[in-house]
Design a protein around this ligand. Structure first.
Ligand code: PLP
Length: 388
């Protein structure tokens, strides 16, 4: 491999901004700086471009432009969905989610719990799937909202959203789906998927900039604003629109929409290559979520008896960017809550490494990564205090 080359295999963390996206954004920082709410012609051009971006994002998920509310990020969209629903249903005080959600959901639920709401965090099995009966048993007339992710950011495991959604709708609760890791990578059609009331997406996972997100709000869904102020976004989210970022997101949405089939084929082929290579050459490995239906671009793999962080630091010296779900707190490495929820034994949970691919990755990069991982794991195992 070329020296100093970065091999970026962390696309579930963030993605490269496409040059076309940046180009589309630039005039709205420089010459076309009007506030879209102003009355003059100079502003109208900006408003028209915002309208276009709204329809471009709508096309990606087959939603009507009026159903989209631009916000600052996926985390804000998640907070808005949950807190806005609870404001709209003041007589309900029970909320349901799963143990493997992103912190944007888990921490919001914990905060609401401290404010007196009753919470249910559904368990997952060793493949990362929920038991549908647990949901049926937990949901009741008092359940305001069920928030469940489309695809897991760490393992790529895809939840059965249709089955879940139908249960939630027949119980009369609001169904929110955090689709940050699925939008632009899986076909999503909100005309067909009519059991989804609210859906979160985030720009920086699909080659738009960091700091822009969307909450899809199905027409007729009761939701109160949580950010009060001006009348922007039909009174649903106050604050002058982040014009360049919204325009960038519109452009990125069109691009990923056009290349989605190619993305799915390309990334799943390379992911399978990497997975098969590592599993066949390194003993005592486990593909986390490997038996479940998974996103084709994600590989979460554990190498028994070594720490994921050590693998990452060694890979970094070769320019390979990957990640681990572990969190370093008070000097001890805590295994990922997602893998813990899946019941992964300690010696595997500690050693997880996530590779997440994009259309930019090549076979050459994957082969180089596989060879490097094999030698890094061999080296780390030779000095590990833990032995089989
Ligand atoms: N939800 C999921 C599943 C995510 O993976 C992320 C980001 O990694 C978020 C929410 C938060 O999105 P943002 O970084 O735009 O706040």
């Amino acid at each position: 491999m070329e020296e100093n080359k970065i091999i970026y295999l962390d696309n579930n963390a963030t993605t490269r901004i496409y040059p076309e996206v940046l180009e589309a954004m630039m005039p709205y920082f420089t010459t076309k700086y009007a506030n879209p709410s102003s009355m003059y012609t100079f502003a109208r051009g900006v408003q028209e471009k915002l309208d276009l971006a709204r329809s471009q994002v709508g096309s990606l998920i087959n939603a009507e432009p009026v159903e989209l509310c631009f916000v600052s990020c996926g985390t804000e969209a998640d907070n808005f969905a949950i807190r806005g629903t609870l404001e709209a249903y003041p007589n309900k005080n029970h909320i349901i989610t799963t143990k493997v959600e992103h912190p944007a959901i888990i921490e919001t639920y914990k905060s609401l719990e401290r404010h007196g709401y009753k919470t249910t965090f559904l368990d997952v099995d060793s493949d990362g799937n929920i038991n549908i009966d647990d949901l049926k048993n937990a949901i009741n007339d008092n359940t305001a909202i069920v928030s469940i992710m489309y695809a897991n950011n760490e393992t790529g495991v895809i939840f059965p959203i249709k089955e879940i959604g139908n249960i939630v709708k027949s119980a009369g609760s609001v169904f929110h789906v955090d689709a940050v890791q699925a939008v632009g990578k899986l076909p999503i059609d909100l005309q067909k998927e009519d059991y989804i009331d609210l859906l979160t997406m985030s720009g920086h996972k699909i080659h738009a900039p960091k700091g822009i997100g969307v909450l899809y709000i199905r027409k007729g869904t009761k939701l109160r604003t949580i950010q009060t102020g001006g009348h922007q976004e039909r009174g649903r989210r106050a604050g002058t629109e982040n014009v360049p970022y919204i325009i960038g997101l519109g452009c990125a949405a069109s691009m990923v929409n056009a290349e989605m089939d190619k993305f799915i084929k390309h990334t799943s082929k390379l992911r399978d290559m990497l997975e098969n290579n590592l599993v066949s050459r390194i003993k005592n490995t486990k593909v986390n979520g490997g038996n479940a239906i998974r996103m084709g671009n994600t590989l979460n793999i554990s190498f028994k008896n070594i720490e994921g962080e050590s693998v990452l630091l060694h890979l970094d010296t070769y320019g390979i960017c990957a990640s681990t779900g572990s969190a370093c707190s008070s000097g001890t490495l805590e295994p990922s809550p997602v893998l813990r929820a899946m019941g992964l034994p300690f010696d595997f949970a500690h050693s997880s490494t996530r590779f997440s691919l994009s259309l930019d990755n090549t076979e050459e990069e994957i082969n180089f990564t596989a060879d490097t991982v094999v030698s890094v794991v061999e080296k780390l195992r030779s000095i590990s205090p833990y032995k089989d």
